[in-house]
Design a protein around this ligand. Structure first.
Ligand code: ADP
Ligand code: MG
Length: 218
């Protein structure tokens, strides 16, 4: 049983290929580290898997559904339910408080009364005291932890995380890895984790490397 099943993915920008012939399977409950040099295409691959960017070729099945064959509405609905995304640049909404940013995925699913879950996620990322702050009042590491709480709050089955510990000190980095581990196991989710951290890579169940020859075990 695979949660994410991708075959033959290819992407180019103009004449420049980013990657080709990418096959990837993620099983429920596993954390897979995605390694590769800067510019190798890791963020582009995550964006294509999430349907935020369109691959030029290949197929992607998420929870048994063919993402690239669905219409936009159905794809958006599937994404809201099943996907948590931690962006490299956070992408928090500047006019919403920390708590409202974290609650956003729940609101988009019509779940407006789950303050306990929001609070639970804020505690988990050590931000319980900052719930009413605005993003501009936070440090880079705090913003990153808000983004992680937001990505996991609705118990998605696929978590795509782009360098989610890049701005964190050692203590918060290990707390975030622990949280990813707990959330993937509790929800039977899979997590693809872009990282440059040796420790994060070691904490993963498998390691993959993206380079000019494609994606292979590292
Ligand atoms: N929107 C875009 N238009 C053109 N080229 C892009 C775009 N996004 C990324 N690239 C290029 O694609 C390659 C892979 O980028 P990226 O996926 O960000 O790599 P990584 O995340 O591994 O550092 C880089 O050469 C980058 O310059
Ligand atoms: Mg990147």
């Amino acid at each position: 049983m695979t949660l994410l099943h991708a075959r033959g993915l290819a992407k180019r920008y103009g004449d420049t290929p980013v990657f080709a012939n990418i096959d990837l399977d993620l099983a429920p409950g596993e954390i897979v580290a995605l390694l590769g040099e800067s510019g190798s295409g890791k963020s582009t691959l995550l964006n294509c898997l999430a349907g935020l960017d369109e691959a030029d070729a290949g197929s992607i099945q998420l929870a048994g559904q063919d993402l690239r064959a669905m219409n936009d509405d159905a794809r958006s609905a599937l994404r809201r339910r099943e996907l948590g995304f931690v962006f490299q640049a956070f992408h928090l909404l500047p006019h919403l408080s920390v708590a409202d940013n974290v609650a956003l995925p729940l609101r988009l699913l019509g779940q407006n009364d789950d303050d306990d879950r929001v609070q639970q996620m804020l505690v988990a990322v050590d931000l319980a005291g900052l719930a009413q702050r605005m993003p501009r009042q936070l440090s880079g590491g705090q913003l990153q932890r808000v983004a992680i709480a937001r990505a996991l709050v609705h118990r998605p089955r696929l978590v795509l995380a782009d360098e989610p510990t890049g701005n964190l000190d050692a203590r918060h980095a290990s707390e975030v890895l622990e949280l990813l581990r707990r959330c993937t196991q509790e929800a039977g989710a899979a997590c693809l984790l872009v990282t440059h951290s040796e420790r994060a890579a070691e904490a993963a169940d498998r390691r993959l490397r993206l380079d000019a020859n494609g994606l292979h075990a590292a």
